[in-house]
Design a protein around this ligand. Structure first.
Ligand code: SF4
Length: 220
């Protein structure tokens, strides 16, 4: 099985409950959700396949991706120092991640998936799933019920009060309850207005605010 790799890099996980973990990020190409404020729009389309070495060398917003086998990807990740792997995108759950996550766990790594919730999660049970729900986006995708149930934390991008209401409506659909510590509000673009809205909404509900620590530290 081959997966489209857009980027592979080491950094610090800067969001949600895994904040502070040195991590290898594996960014897969492809997403059909279409969030207007997406900061990885270069991952949306499957147009520019390139040699793996070129992809491993590049940084920043670059649409080139390389097809890699699961074995190659596990090898590339295993030779990095970080013992935590974050599978992100794009929308990584477009792909069947069962074999990849099984082999990463077998290699002694902890594994996290960041997903918009618009696809089923096909991954090992021990994988930590961060659901960052993207509701009412131009791509017209909806949240998959099984993914909502599977989430180990929910991290909602918040720009206005309506987003908090949408999140509450979404959480009411989940059968098993999340603890307050599993629910994060993430201010869009970390504007002062959105951050203050998140602070107030989180304080009223016992939730948490996720600021992008890696951006404040000016690292990837
Ligand atoms: S789901 Fe993620 S990658 Fe896809 S458009 Fe939205 S923010 Fe961008």
């Amino acid at each position: 099985m081959q997966l489209p790799l857009n980027e592979l890099f080491e950094t610090i996980q800067g969001e949600g409950s895994k904040t502070g973990m040195p991590s290898t990020f594996v960014r897969l190409q492809g997403c059909e959700v279409g969030c207007p404020w997406c900061d990885t729009k270069h991952t949306w389309h499957m147009t520019e396949a390139a040699p793996l070495l070129e992809v491993l060398d590049k940084t920043g917003s670059d649409a080139r991706f390389a097809w890699v086998s699961v074995g190659q990807l596990v090898h590339l990740v295993s030779e990095r120092r970080s013992r935590h792997v974050v599978l992100t995108g794009g929308e990584p759950c477009q792909y069947d991640l069962e074999t990849l996550t099984a082999q990463l766990l077998d290699a002694g790594l902890s594994v996290q998936i960041e997903t918009s919730g618009t696809e089923p999660v096909r991954a090992e049970a021990d994988v930590f799933v961060t659901l960052s729900p993207k509701l009412n986006m131009p791509g017209g995708r909806t949240i998959v019920e099984a993914t909502l149930e599977r989430a180990d934390e929910v991290k909602m991008p918040i720009g206005k009060l309506d987003d908090v209401t949408r999140l509450e409506r979404l959480l009411s659909r989940r059968k098993s309850l999340l603890t307050q510590q599993q629910i994060w509000l993430q201010p869009l673009s970390e504007s002062q207005k959105a951050t203050e809205l998140c602070r107030q909404a989180a304080a009223e509900r016992g939730w948490r605010v996720s600021l992008q620590m890696h951006k404040q530290a000016n690292i990837l």
